[in-house]
Write a protein that binds this ligand. Sequence first.
Ligand code: 0L1
Ligand code: MG
Length: 259
Amino acid sequence: MTVDLAGWAGYLQAAVDNRREVQGIEAQIGSLSIDDAYAIQAALIENRLAAGDSLAGAKLGLTSKAKQEQMGVDEPAYGWVPASTVLGDDAEVVLGELIHPRVEPEFVFLMGQALAGADATAEQVLDATESVVGGIEVIDSRYEAFKFTLPDVIADNTSAARVAIGAYGVGPREVDLRAVTCTFTIDDEDVGSATGEALLGDPAECVAMLVRHLAKYDRGLEAGWLVMAGAPLGAQPLSVGTVATASYSHFGSVTVRGV
Ligand code: 0L1
Ligand code: MG
């Protein structure tokens, strides 16, 4: 069956624009291949770029057991970070612009050099990285009740909505990134702690997986981009008045407030 890639990309963009959740794609057409899901995602992003946005980087989602179990999915997914969605390390998130946002801590690589290749390794990722910082991603699935299949969430650019980026980082080999600890609090209540190792054993290996994925499309990471390696902990709802803080053992802290 031929999938209407442009039509589904428009369907998801309309959900963003109208701030209204929509039914999953697979629930409507039976099944969607991973390849077609990435093609819808590509069309969605191309439309945003044509409308004046630019790319600030790329992301992985679902790279920790905590996230995979929370969402009932057992594989990572890859997506894009539009420049218009990037916020500072103490950020207000306007809830009226979103559907049903959640927040999650992130390990974020800031690329000093471009990197591409179907055989990219974690060592090459560290070589190409300028620094690693903490972040908080705001995810906002466009699907009803935040429920989706893996192809659905890929098409939806892995629920990406906003990301707050920390101001302080470390050189990629200054610390063992697998041992960096993140503690997440919501309104001063501790909702969990995890280390970088929760990201498929090694955050740098996650980024290498992304580079190998991009190689299938003759693409790579660019110098100056940010790359989210994923969330080591499950996501939490963000409401008006909620204050979420991710504190990292080596990256300082990042805060977002729902307004
Ligand atoms: O960044 C993420 O881990 C999100 C991936 C998509 C699944 C979700 O919406 O939680
Ligand atoms: Mg994330």
